[in-house]
Design a protein around this ligand. Structure first.
Ligand SMILES: C[S@@+](CC[C@H](N)C(=O)[O-])C[C@H]1O[C@@H](n2cnc3c(N)ncnc32)[C@H](O)[C@@H]1O
Length: 261
């Protein structure tokens, strides 16, 4: 299996990654998705690539009468998402959004930070849209090529120091190139850059996040290399906090909506 995907077999790595996003300033991803989708009451929602269901539960917090379908290739994710969304009428599928046929339509479809992980994002988007009801809306959240500049520096430092390439697929689909994956889709397509910043008073949340990425290097780093990397990151964050009182880093991400007429 793809090495980046293996971290999503279980829910731990996702929880550590979401914990860092929890330090972002301004409206959360859940707030922005909820506001962009203009309501859910009485509607049916498909969350494809639901992960642990935290995002969907946050989006739906103000609503009661919603029928939710969560879908993910990881059984552990689906179990946790169904449990977390039990306030609503929720069912789960262990499946790939690229080829599932659900034989029903949805008012809202959410594809949140999953397309860069799929083998064929065009197939995944097309199949998702096939499940969208007329006048329904699909929302896609994704990475931006402008996020985490410090982390990109740390990755370059590691690549140069240990001649080891970072192999994540995170840039395979992002806000900057999504149009290449969406031409010819029905409906109207709009995208926007969401600008946020991560603000930390200590390095631990970032070190935990980075700890989920050890498998993403071409050669698995040795313990010694990995400890040096973590020390490099820790020192950078701590010295920034000592100088400025906090470590602040740009965490931009992308949002796109597809609206069927
Ligand atoms: C980064 S997590 C995002 C989870 C959640 N949507 C969120 O935004 O918090 C990506 C999720 O996409 C799932 N995924 C990967 N490939 C998929 C595919 N082909 N179809 C559906 N889900 C997929 C992974 O198992 C993982 O749970």
């Amino acid at each position: 299996m793809d090495r980046e995907l293996t971290q999503y077999d279980s829910t731990e790595a996702l929880a550590l990654r979401q914990a860092l996003y929890g330090f972002a300033t301004g409206p959360t991803r859940g707030d922005i998705v909820r506001n962009t989708l203009c309501g859910f009451e009485g509607m049916s929602v498909l969350d494809a690539g639901c992960g642990n269901g935290k995002l969907m539960a946050e989006i739906l917090r103000p609503f009661r009468d919603v029928t939710v379908t969560v879908l993910d290739p990881s059984e552990a994710m689906v179990e946790e998402a169904v449990q977390r969304c039990s306030l609503w009428q929720t069912s789960g599928h262990v499946a790939d959004i690229s080829n599932i046929q659900l034989s029903r339509f949805f008012d809202r479809i959410v594809l949140a930070h999953i397309l860069h992980l799929t083998n064929d994002p065009i197939l995944a988007i097309e199949n998702a849209i096939r499940h969208l009801r007329p006048s329904g809306r699909c929302i896609i959240t994704m990475h931006s090529g402008t996020d985490f500049p410090k982390r990109r520096e740390w990755i370059s430092w590691f690549e140069q120091t240990f001649q080891n390439q970072y192999r994540a697929k995170r840039d395979s689909l992002n806000l900057q190139n999504i149009n290449a994956f969406t031409t010819g889709l029905p409906g109207t397509f709009e995208k926007q850059l969401i600008h946020t910043e991560i603000c930390l008073a200590e390095p631990a949340p970032y070190l935990d996040y980075i700890g989920t990425e050890r498998h993403r290097w071409e050669h698995e780093p040795t313990d010694e290399e990995w400890n040096l990397y973590r020390d490099h990151v820790r020192t950078d964050i701590e010295s920034t906090i000592a100088r400025h009182g906090a470590f602040v880093e740009q965490h931009d991400w992308g949002l796109a909506t597809i609206h069927l007429s």
